[in-house]
Design a protein around this ligand. Sequence first.
Ligand code: 0O2
Length: 267
Amino acid sequence: MKIQLWREILEPYALAVEELQVKFNHIMMAYRRAGQYSPIEQVTGRVKRISSILEKAQRKGIDIDNISGKIEDIAGVRIICQFVEDIYKVVELIKKRKDMTIKSEKDYIACKKDSGYRSYHIIVRYSVETVNGPMTIPVEIQIRTLAMNFWATVEHSLQYKYKENMPERVRERLHKSAEAIIVLDQEMSSVRDEIMDAQNSFHIKAMMISDILNNIQNLYKVANKREVIKIQDEFFRIYKTEDLEQLERFSKELDIIAEGYQAQSLR
Ligand code: 0O2
């Protein structure tokens, strides 16, 4: 394989990463827009660097001409969740999708790696449309909690620093911190319901405020200015009380007023 062809070879992988990030971000936004808790907290993606591809090929004895067939994490998407339970929800979401098929999966949460690494890995087969026609490629999806991601990021940089020669004291510390991360994830899971409730009310409040402000802005165009100023003052008064029920009542009343003006303008 000619080195100058790398860019063309990696293009479909970059497209797959981009498309999948958009799709998973869309799922996250759809949950939030519906006022529901999203099992997806963050989505990132990357195409493996050429140097890392070559290093992995060498390490695994893969022929340079067979790289795209044998290295399955050239395209990588990482989904970060808040709680361990969310990881399995995301796995179910992925399994139900029609635009990708599962090739293999590894549950490094149920069975952590010797290094202490925990994460759920799925290799999916995903099709992209290229200028040369459709192409199906493997994509590695890593699903992990914020805490697991923190540990893996630190450990990855230490691996990079020490290569094969990580000092025993550093390795021991990493093992200890991996144990602490397990406890942290368990603790977080035990208060999951309370955290989810708090986050839900935050999102509901944010959406309600955005609706109210939209309505007020539209009223400025059609209603009596003095009336709109009165509505706005009433909104600020209720907003300061931080009473979600009052805010909800106000938002519904405002919807009725806005609908009234809309009906008038259609006559
Ligand atoms: P990078 O730089 O992230 O791309 P296998 O064929 O199953 O023996 P493979 O293909 O490495 O091995 O699969 P595996 O074990 O599922 O690991 C794939 C990726 O998971 C790695 O890619 C890392 O991103 C991550 N990973 C696996 N083990 C560890 C670990 O102990 N620590 C950290 N921090 N990450 C890990 P790369 O190519 O190794 O690296």
